[in-house]
Design a protein around this ligand. Structure first.
Ligand code: DQA
Length: 144
């Protein structure tokens, strides 16, 4: 059975109440539940993780070397700052999809810089929670 890691970066624990016009009204718990339901229907195993701490995200990614086939990551604010998380993904050599709830290309100039996009298999930005589900469907049929 394929195992997919879904990694949520800082402040995403506040989804649903955090700037809902940008990030929607769906909580992280509800989003994860939809992911689990879809994963079950496609016979995928999920490893879910959220942290506000860069080192915890790095450690979790290291652990993915053991058993995970592919990653879906919303690095959130770390998208624009974290060489450490980028390096962790490259170190474990797992294919990943970068997801953003909002359309970062239509926002502030500092959000136009991503430390992940040039290494991602794909980047999904602006589709809200649906972006994670689309990424999961993609990994279900991907040829490794
Ligand atoms: C985000 C976009 C980032 O710029 C921001 O810092 C976030 C969320 C998104 O999902 O749209 O925290 O990654």
């Amino acid at each position: 059975m394929r195992e997919i890691a879904v990694i949520h970066g800082p402040n995403l624990n506040l989804l649903g109440s955090r700037e809902p016009t940008l990030y929607g009204h769906t909580s992280l718990q509800d989003m994860n539940q939809s992911l689990v339901k879809l994963a079950d229907s496609m016979s995928l195993k999920l490893r879910l993780f959220q942290s506000n701490a860069e080192h915890e995200l790095v450690d979790f990614i290291h652990g993915c070397a053991d058993g995970v086939d592919a990653v879906i990551i919303n690095p959130a604010a770390f998208t624009h700052t974290s060489v450490a998380i980028r390096d962790a993904l490259l170190a474990v050599d797992l294919p990943f999809i970068e997801v953003h709830l909002s359309n970062v290309a239509a926002r502030e100039p500092f959000r136009q810089q991503s430390y992940f996009s040039d290494k991602a298999v794909a980047t999904i930005s602006g589709m809200g929670a649906e972006g994670y589900l689309a990424a999961l469907r993609f990994w279900a049929t991907y040829t490794f």
